[in-house]
Ligand binder design. Sequence first.
Ligand code: 3PG
Length: 433
Amino acid sequence: MIQNSGYVTVDGEFDTLKERSFFTIDDFKMQGKIVILRIDINSSVNPENGEILDDTRIRRHAATVKELSESKAKIIILAHQSRPGKLDFVNLKKHSKRMSEIIDIKIKFIPDIYGEKALNSISKLNNGDILMLDNVRFDKEEIELSLFENDNFEKQANSKLVETLAPLADLFVNDAFAAAHRCQPSLVGFSERMPALAGRVMQRELDFLGKAISSGPSPRIALLGGSKAADSVSISKYFLKKGIDYVLTGGVVANVFLLAAGIDIGEPSKKFIEKNIPDYENIIKKAKRLIDEYGERIVYPTDIAINDNGQRVGITIDQLPTKHPIHDIGLDTLVKYINLINNAGTIIANGPMGVFENREFAIGTKEIFKSISNHSGMTVVGGGETAMAFNQMGLTEGIKHISTGGGSCIAFMADETMPVLEAMRRSKIKFGK
Ligand code: 3PG
């Protein structure tokens, strides 16, 4: 049964927190203010012609940019694309063009970050104008000053980027949730010098992810699959502590929990774990401690599909070990998981249930994702590969929130320190009014 645990939904949106530990755009008047806006439009780019292959993040941030422009702020956008040494480490000209098309407002791209060209263009900004500066990772310090050291952001705040641009601006809007686990100058340096406000993407991510984990409608369940078993074990620990009712496992994550429960999954699946999961023995120990503490709240498959020379063959857990690799959850498990999904109020999904790239073994993932997509409750999907899988299957429509974050979403769900959130918190204390 779905119970509403104290907050109302309006048109599918969940209401906002009353007391936030960070500022948002609603806390300040924007008209005439010079705003540095950090977004994360790091996208798949064709390295041969620089064409953007997936504009999801650009579309998501476009709403914040449009709102700020319509509020008559003067906007300086900072963003990154890829990392030095990679083929898609390109400038942001095409990103700015794409965003400009989406919001139907001109965005001037400046092939400079804090040099003369950039400063000159900033000095000419009128209310509502938008500039996009170049890939901040072209700046050496952005790469080098990336550690959260001595519990402060001093190095980042003293970087040339921040030293040069901060005196020109009134407010810093941080919308880069997808990079919130990073500690680079453009992400955490400005918060020391002026009020740092969460942009709309950031605000929505924190609302949805935060509430799904701790206060969404009951029962709250999480589906954790895929091959990032170490992350998933940490996420399970945090989720169960926060009161998520059931953690349903699939993929390699399920295999790790099966091993932790003392079930021999067979050589091929064991070998996969030994080869691909660093420190796997410790991860299995951690998983065992969780099973000891939380028992049946961690749910693993009772039957599975093995890959017998390309054929899908269903077997029960009692029939293990097997000499074939486990490539999907079994049909009984699928029915059980779908029942738990249908009866849940909040569902968080991160990772596939099996090797869904192979049609034979896509059933578990596809049917589970379909039932999440058809669910009317609070459905939240992790970013990166999980979001891509929902997208490929055409199942994004019904989901209430799909995270823009890959690594940052995982870090948030595993309760790791997020330098950007910490910087925003401190900024509110420093500049609180
Ligand atoms: C991402 O795509 O996950 C973010 O933009 C962060 O990128 P990074 O892992 O290169 O810091």
